[in-house]
Design a protein around this ligand. Structure first.
Ligand SMILES: C[S@@+](CC[C@H](N)C(=O)[O-])C[C@H]1O[C@@H](n2cnc3c(N)ncnc32)[C@H](O)[C@@H]1O
Length: 235
């Protein structure tokens, strides 16, 4: 596959998929390139996008029986609460209201799950400009050598600076790790604790789910589940 600034970070995102991943969600999946790469790593994968045109294209190159492409707004679509082991959003967060989207991702992620955001930020500081100036010739060289893959999905300029995103994510996703990246992007990784540290008895909070907690996992909506279990969990 040829290259673009989003494809460049696919391997990074895929490297964060937790072992024994049952449910993965690709937010703003566009034409579904990353969604398809998730198929071998998760029992079920949902790619959601609000754009009809790119979802049509994603569906025509459907890459596995465990993939579902869903047309909808990730903020309002009735996705099961705390169901996803892995949520990824590449170049999508800046299309959404920042706080609301971070809260939504947090609510959809199950305890023990991993959220990965590869995002764009508004270039505002001398360091931002220095990174951009470094990225441009490198980007041109790679595109020359490998060819450029069109994103083929709606694009938007970022509104928030890196400082704003850092501040909001520190509050809403405590313990998240945000790193400035090349090609006008940052990465954010958040691992949701199985139990908040304050509730965990010492040394036990990260040992995995017990049988009781596993069985308490909410049933998922039949829209998404192959067994047709009736949904008891959609908020
Ligand atoms: C820049 S594209 C990125 C596409 C893809 N993730 C990639 O890396 O090539 C952003 C995508 O977010 C989608 N999007 C914007 N708002 C959305 C929303 N509220 N719910 C779901 N998808 C949304 C757009 O339709 C678009 O396809």
């Amino acid at each position: 596959m040829s290259w673009n600034h989003n494809v460049h970070y696919h391997d990074f995102a895929l490297g964060e998929v937790p072992p024994r991943c049952q449910w993965a969600l690709d937010v703003g999946c566009g034409r579904g390139a990353l969604t398809r790469k998730l198929a071998p790593l998760s029992d079920e994968v949902i790619g959601i996008d609000s754009d009809h045109g790119c979802l049509d294209q994603a569906r025509t190159t459907h890459g596995g029986t465990n993939l579902t492409f869903l047309e909808g707004d990730v903020l309002t679509e009735s996705l099961p609460f705390q169901n996803f082991d892995f949520i990824v959003a590449v170049a999508t967060l800046h299309h959404l209201p920042l706080r609301r989207a971070l809260e939504r991702f947090r609510d959809l992620l199950r305890p023990g799950g991993v959220l990965v955001i590869v995002g764009l930020y508004k270039i505002a500081t001398p360091i931002d400009y220095a990174y951009s100036a470094t990225a441009m010739p490198i980007s041109m060289a790679i595109r020359f050598l490998r060819g450029e893959e069109a994103v083929g999905a709606p694009l938007q300029d970022p509104r928030e600076t890196l400082a704003t995103i850092r501040r909001e994510s520190a509050v809403l996703l405590p313990g998240s790790v945000l790193r400035r990246r090349l090609f006008f992007r940052y990465s954010l990784v958040w691992r949701r604790l199985i139990r908040p540290l304050s509730q965990a008895s010492s040394g036990q909070h990260a040992k995995g789910l017990g049988a009781k907690e596993k069985s308490a996992r909410p049933a998922v909506c039949s829209v998404y589940c192959r067994q047709g279990v009736q949904c008891a969990a959609v908020p």
